[in-house]
Every structure is written in C-alpha cells, then in structure tokens.
Design a protein around this ligand. Sequence first.
Ligand code: SDX
Length: 435
Amino acid sequence: MKSEHKATLSFSDGSPSVEMPIYKGTVGPDVIDIRKIYGQTGKFTFDPGFMSTAACESKITYIDGDKGELVYRGYPIEILAANCDHLEVCYLLLYGELPTAAQRERFEESVKGHSMVHEQMHFFLRGFRRDAHPMAVLVAVIGALAAFYHDSLDIDDPESRRISAVRVIAKIPTLMAMAYKYSVGQPFRYPQKNLSFAANIMQMMFGMPTEPYEPNEVLVRALDRILILHADHEQNASTSTVRLAGSSGANPFACISAGISTLWGPAHGGANEACLVMLQNLQKQGGVSKIGEFITKVKDKDSGVKLMGFGHRVYKNYDPRAKLMRETCHEVLTELGLHDDPLFAIAMKLEQIALEDDYFVSRKLYPNVDYYSGIVQKAMGIPVSMFTCMFAVSRTVGWISQWNEMISEPDQKIGRPRQLYTGYPTREFIPVKKR
Ligand code: SDX
C-alpha cells in the first residue's frame, strides 16, 4: 500500500513524536498504520470492541454505514439479489469475478459433487440429544469435517484451499439439514443433484421418504435471496473470529466452526432467533396494542431489554438487506396466503413506531438484516432454532473467502492483540496454612 499523507502522534509526557503513514482504500475511511507505535513509544493503542480499528486489508466486501450500502466485490447487493442466485454470488465472493456460463456450470457441478458427507457422520449425529440446539450440533459437525477430509488441509497449497472451500460450502447445507431431521426424529435426506442449491436445502429439510417433494418456486427463490443477503459482511465478529483462528494456521473446517460459534450470540447472528421470540412474546401479550409499553421498556436502560433486529455497529442508516428482506417477507406471506400474518403486522408497526421515536433516531438505530429474516423463515416452515443455522449456511462462503484472502497474503502474521493490565502487581505468595 502506498501512503501520500502521514499522521504525527505527539505526547504531553515528553515522549518523542511518532510519524505514521496514512493509507487510502478504493473507498471508505483512510487508515493510520500504527504497527510501529509500540516499538517506537513502548505504548499500545487501546480499542476494546474495535470501534476505530481496521484489522486487515480486504478486497471482498464494502459497507457504507452512513449511506446504508453493501457491495460484494464491487457489485451492490440490490443488483446481485435481483440478478444472481446464491451459487453465482459464492463464485464472485470466492474468486473475485462473476462467472461466465461455463465457469458457473463447472462450479455448480463441483459443489454438487461435494454435497454428500461421509456415511460415518450419520452415526456422529446420533451422539447428540434430539433436543440439542442445532447450532451446538453444527459447531461440532463442521469442526469434525477435519476428521474426514484431511486430504485437503494443506493451507499453503492453493488447490487444497480451493477444494476445502468448495467442500465446506457444499456440505454445511447437508449437515444443517441432518441436524434438523435429527431434531424432529425423521430420516436424513441425501442431496439431489437435479435441484438448485436452495431447492436442495428445502428438500433435505422438508422432504419425506413417503412422498415426492416438489419445492415451491417462490419459497426457493426467497431462501436463495436470504442466502445471498447473508453471504458476507466485512469484518463482523464471526468473520474476525475465522480470520484470527486461521492466522494460527488452524485448518479451514476448525476456523469455520469457530465462526459458527461466534455467530450464535444474540448480539450477532443469533439476533434473528431472538427477534422472532421478541415478536412472538409481543403477540402473546396483546400484539400491536402493547408496542408502546414495550418501546418504553426498551428505552429504560435498567430493563436490559433491547429491540432485537435493530441497531448495527456499522450501519447508521437502514441496513439495505433489511429492505430486501422485508420485500421477500411480503412475497412469501402473499404466496402462502399469510399477508395478514400477525407477526409481520407487529414487526411493521414496531418498526414504524421506533423510527418515529427520538431514542432510536438519535442513536441511528434502524432495522438490520435480522429484523425480518425470522418472520419469512418461520412462514416457510423453518423452525426458530434453525434460523441462525441458515445464517451460518449462507455466511460460510464469506468466512471461507475471507480466510482464503488472509492465508494468501505473503506477510500474513498470527493475530495477537495486547492489553491494558490493571490487575495485581507481583505480590508475595502466602501458604494456605497462613491465609
Ligand atoms: C448482525 O457486524 C456485522 O456486520 C453483523 C451482521 C453481519 O451480517 O455479520 O450485520 C449481522 O449481527 C446484525 C446485528 C444483529 N444484532 C441485533 O439485532 C441485536 C440488537 N442490536 C444491538 O445489540 C446492537 O445494536 C449491536 C450489537 C448490533 C451493535 O451494538 P454497538 O455498535 O456496540 O452499539 P451500542 O451497543 O454501543 O449501542 C449504542 C447505543 C446504546 O445506547 P447509549 O448507551 O448510547 O444510551 O444504542 C443503544 C445502546 O443501548 N442500542 C440499542 C440497541 N442497539 C443499540 N437500544 C435498544 N435496542 C437495540 N437493539
């Protein structure tokens, strides 16, 4: 990276000033290269939660939080959602360009060819309780892929990385569907090569051995859009986890498993499940008539209640994915004759009231991707406990693309943050008899 400008850090304690290069990206905030600060000053920078820290350089995704824009490899999410399917977006995120028809066909064949899992993994699932949260199962079985596919774990070999990327993109839907089938006591379904990526997910989840399964095209398209919208999102918590895990040289399946663990939290990918539960509770308590009371509780810091599906570290405007998700929600509810779905009505009213309330407006809190995704998935028959699993199925391509970008960097280093220590100074040990 070239630097045209510099920043100078000066100290009131007489320490010598430090000059730091400033780099410009294609778009977005400049960065100040602080890597030499500790060596030159003996001081660390301090940024818990990484509010002002760029942890890496990347060419994959860009978010303009103020404008509410999301771009994958230079293409706005609205354009991709309207013109591509998930596999095409996977190719774009992985390789940096939209595929030609021939490239797309070869990529799809490769993904379909890897969509089955080793038969032994069927027994692996049986070790879990039937009522285990499917995210707990997914964390385990994705990490366990390293126990079955160790022939593509040489992270220094680009071909090995390519095969691992295709394998994890192809197998996580199959394993996610197996986790669901196991939870409802139904037999596992094998992936079908004659179906699209999204249609195959639907048949593996909802198909039964007693009758042929005909996917509903509107629902398949809706699921495909959900997969596109969740595919990547810069250096969010789970992607940063995958990068940090990968920086130690851990195998890609272990890194993706770590990402799934982070995604599970209600502040991150678990928000879609938490948001639907919030809407269902509002419905039980009286629905739209109780929204005012609920908003009052949210604004009361002591209540500990948050408006799930609202707010974002980067978006200080409407999350573009939330707009597309609301459209998808409307299409699905109309297709299913649920346009008067009470949860959708509550969500729309809650959004309207919140966006007129200064508490939310002044804090720039808008609906994010998780606000409507739960309603549409529930309408499609996907159980609440599976929402974050579906998010993980989609985000796998983002995680593995970011992991690959990092591992491919010639000067890639292990991530090892420092700290501000405020614990005890070294002190005398007191034997237990004298304590
Ligand atoms: C995802 O990073 C990504 O890109 C994530 C993601 C992706 O695609 O990978 O976009 C996916 O995780 C979306 C976010 C899903 N999470 C939720 O919907 C959970 C509810 N949202 C909040 O937990 C919160 O908004 C976060 C975690 C998303 C962002 O938190 P920040 O940036 O740390 O902001 P903050 O907690 O410091 O909040 C700033 C202020 C605070 O009030 P004050 O102290 O200034 O008075 O806004 C308030 C917060 O209390 N606030 C909320 C709120 N979110 C923030 N108040 C009520 N309800 C909320 N949802």
